[in-house]
Design a protein around this ligand. Sequence first.
Ligand code: FES
Length: 180
Amino acid sequence: MGVNTGVADKIATASDLLEKLQPIDEALRKCRYQQDALIEVLHTAQKTYGYLDEVILDYLSLQLRLPPSLVYGVATFYNFFTLEPQAEQTCVVCLGTACYIKNAAAILAQIEKTFSLETGKTTSGGKLRLLTTRCFGSCSLAPMLTIEDEVMTKLTPEAAIEAIRTKLLLSGDGKAREEA
Ligand code: FES
């Protein structure tokens, strides 16, 4: 019984995958699987899924008979293609000198710990992305960070967490609440 369930799960996963790839198949058919249509098909995929993951890039490489390195190269060369899901909220912590001396590293560490998030990455639900910068040009307000268009200044680690949680709660649905 357990074996059958495992097989059924695999079939469901494969059929999910085929369904997911349907818009790409259509785009490939439209361009008659021409190798020089790679950018056009990548555009379709980016528009459909919001980003290009490994499965999509490998599939295109296979279907267009192009080396994976070429497909990855094109996808990473143009900045209108993204390889990761875009987050709903992006938090940028300043690690410039003025902010750094005022404890910015502790703020960053607290954010990483609280949201189980590495700098440069996005939370699994796609709600929050964490980045750093080298100076916002407002050093008298250090330490500071931004969340989307909001600027938060003279922060403590606790105040930063509170501010991010509030922003996530205000921005979304129940899922955002879970991540917050
Ligand atoms: S060092 Fe952070 S704003 Fe300048």
